[in-house]
Design a protein around this ligand. Structure first.
Ligand code: FDP
Length: 282
């Protein structure tokens, strides 16, 4: 299955990297379904991904973070692909890393249907993480993704990446975040989900949190395009995930393609504390 997507991911990575390098950064007139003003670059990257995924006959439907509705490609296909063509695109004009995220679902939308996930990171190097039964790191070399190594999380890391506006955090969330700093954890947060989680994965562990906040009780990050793909990767890499409740995140019923959820991803040690604190305060 990875092979079906590898070539397509290569083409997407090369074309988006080129678009990032040269494209004028003006704002378009459009708003996407999450209410953000869409950058020209977002629209261009969305078009690139749509064009490349359309070449795969086994894809049934695609849904983009940039489009309100899902799009049927082949009624006999079995894969449902949800993608965020350029996550963190507001970071491009300050030249920080950004990424493309893909959730690969079979037979329908929702966490239970997820069978693989993948992201591409555009940084000093272009890399890809592909997760199915293992989490594999690839490096783009001469327009081809070369396998580098398998990624496994350690039991405990030393990175703390807390998302959202502190002013709107719940008091127990702040206590949890502070407790890690008090233990020597270092703050690593660029505001791009892909590089922030890539760092935790590659350095072996830590905690990324985007909690329920006073202004966004359902979190900010989109389930199909962002939360489930990373949840899947962290599980396969030997880490833990949570949406802040006692429910199994990968069993939540599907609601809307643009639905959001609070999310926590990390290595086992940090996630154990997170779950205990959230359970106590539920
Ligand atoms: P962005 O600011 O570009 O919208 O996709 C949402 C996202 O980026 C993630 O990449 C990132 O983790 C998160 O938002 C950052 O949000 P906060 O600034 O609220 O922490």
């Amino acid at each position: 299955m990875q092979n079906i997507f590898l070539e397509t991911m290569q083409s997407i990575a090369v074309r988006i990297q080129d678009a990032i390098d040269v494209k004028d950064m003006g704002y378009s007139q459009h708003e996407n379904s999450s209410g953000d003003t869409q950058l020209q670059l977002d629209i261009q990257c969305d078009f690139i991904v749509e064009e490349e995924l359309s070449k795969i006959p086994s894809i049934h439907t695609i849904a983009s973070e940039e489009k309100e509705h899902a799009m049927l490609l082949n009624k006999d296909g079995k894969y449902f692909i949800a993608y965020d063509p350029l996550d963190g695109s507001s970071l491009v004009d300050v030249n920080l890393s950004v990424g493309s995220i893909f959730g690969i679902y079979e037979g329908g939308w929702g966490a239970q249907h997820m069978i693989a996930s993948c992201y591409i990171i555009y940084g000093p190097r272009v890399e890809m993480i592909f997760a199915q039964n293992k989490v594999k790191l690839f490096l783009l070399q001469n327009n081809l993704f070369e396998f580098v190594k398998e990624i496994r999380l350690k039991e405990k890391g030393n990175i703390n990446a807390p998302g959202g506006t502190q002013q709107n955090w719940l008091p127990y969330h702040k206590e949890m975040v502070d407790s890690f700093f008090a233990e020597g954890y270092r703050l690593r947060y660029s505001g791009g989900m892909v590089p922030d989680l890539h760092q935790i994965l590659l350095k072996g562990g830590g905690l990324f949190s985007y909690p329920p906040t006073a202004d966004r009780p359902e979190g900010k990050l989109r389930k199909l395009f962002e939360v489930y793909p990373f949840a899947f990767i962290f599980k396969v890499a030997g880490g833990e995930i949570s949406d802040g409740t006692n429910k199994d995140m990968m069993n939540l019923p599907h609601d809307h393609i643009h639905g959001t959820s609070p999310c926590f991803f990390g290595s086992k040690y940090e996630m154990k504390r997170m779950k205990e604190i959230y359970k106590k305060n539920a």
